[in-house]
Ligand binder design. Structure first.
Ligand code: ADP
Ligand code: MN
Ligand code: MN
Ligand code: MN
Ligand code: MN
Length: 339
């Protein structure tokens, strides 16, 4: 028997966006445990905005497990928060609101800033560095600094070793801003892995004295880019049947549900979706072929392939909860009849 360090990780009840929480329990197993072998566990919900003080127990239900590459005999355990009965999802449990996940594919592009001493990593103590231009996919000390790439590489290796399905990484448009992409067959899988990758990034940067700034417009109303989390999505029907009429009906449903989407696409998105910096205004739905200034970008391949394939909703921001984002996307898709 081996003693495993099981890090149970969940989302708290903070609004408008939840924070990651985690705590460790030690359990003995013969070999690396499967999800089915992991027990339910509990925590004090009154400390996480998930319960009142008097009856504060919440239940953690394991839903995904990954080896923890940074810990000897460690496991990272993604959990859903349940009511004390262990079967009713807690109101803050957005993962449980994802209904039909069968055959869905999701790819999220997570952008973020490294922050140190209240400003992006690599910014001078006063004022600003040279304007945007060379930083996006850049190389060299003046463009990416002396430590960012080291962290990004270490994070990528941790994620791959944990089995997270990264598709790529790149330096972004603003100094100190980076991106990683995660793809999953099943929106829950993709969203679990985004949260786990965020967890690994935040834990990794503790030792560097660096924070991850997920706010979508940390530099306010300046010429510095904000951060998004584009949501690329497809269903089996979109990939295999599709067609122009279905696509137009789908876009009409997205337009009708504009506010329901914006509500969960991340806080302060009106400051980011201004119509500038490759964004569409937050309060007006639009779509366009290869158009990075539209709410939804339709890839060239989609049109060439008789309106089959995936679409990119460019509105979700870097601070958004991928569970809530996937949930509303699939809800709107479900409103459109397939025939
Ligand atoms: P860009 O920055 O040009 O928007 P990226 O390469 O950063 O492009 O991101 C594209 C995303 O689209 C990737 O996360 C990828 O996994 C995702 N993707 C590709 N094909 C599909 C598909 N059929 N269904 C859902 N997502 C997809
Ligand atoms: Mn205790
Ligand atoms: Mn990208
Ligand atoms: Mn990007
Ligand atoms: Mn994109």
């Amino acid at each position: 028997m081996t003693k495993y360090k099981l890090e149970y990780i969940w989302l708290d009840g903070y609004k408008p966006v939840p924070n990651l929480r985690g705590k460790t329990q030690i359990k003995e197993f013969d070999t690396f445990p499967t999800l089915e072998q992991l027990p339910l566990w509990g925590f004090d919900g009154s400390s996480t905005m998930q319960a009142e003080g008097r009856s504060s127990d919440c239940v953690l239900k394991p839903v995904a497990i990954y080896p923890d590459p940074a810990r000897t005999n460690g496991a990272l355990v993604m959990c859903e928060v349940m009511m004390p009965d262990g079967v009713t999802p807690h109101p803050t449990n957005a993962r449980a609101t994802i209904l039909d996940d069968e055959g869905t594919w999701f790819g999220f592009e997570q952008e973020y800033f490294f922050y140190q001493n209240g400003r992006p990593l690599g910014f001078p103590e006063h004022g600003y560095p040279a304007p945007q231009g060379p930083y996006y996919t850049g190389v060299g000390y003046s463009n990416v600094g002396d430590v960012a790439r080291e962290i990004v590489e270490e994070h990528l290796d941790l994620c791959l070793a944990a089995g997270i399905n990264h598709e790529g990484i790149n330096a972004e448009v603003a100094k100190g801003q980076w991106e990683f992409q995660i793809f999953g067959k099943g929106s829950k899988r993709a969203a679990d892995e985004i949260w786990m990758a965020r967890y690994l990034l935040q834990r990794l940067t503790e030792k560097y004295g660096i924070d991850i700034e997920y706010h979508c417009k940390p530099l306010g109303d300046t010429d510095w880019n904000g951060s998004g989390m584009h949501c690329n999505f497809s269903t089996k029907y979109m990939r295999e049947v599709g067609g122009k009429a279905y696509f137009e009906a789908l876009m009409a449903a997205f337009e009708k549900n504009l506010m329901e989407h914006i509500d969960v696409y991340g806080p302060d998105n009106d400051k980011r979706l201004t119509g500038k910096h490759e964004t569409a205004p937050w309060n007006k739905f639009s779509y366009g072929v290869a158009d990075r200034g539209a709410s939804i970008r339709v890839p060239h391949s989609f049109i060439k392939n008789d309106y089959k394939g995936y679409l990119e909703d460019r509105r979700p921001n870097s601070q958004g909860d991928p569970y809530q984002i996937a949930s509303i996307v699939l809800k709107t898709i479900a409103e459109v009849p397939t025939s």
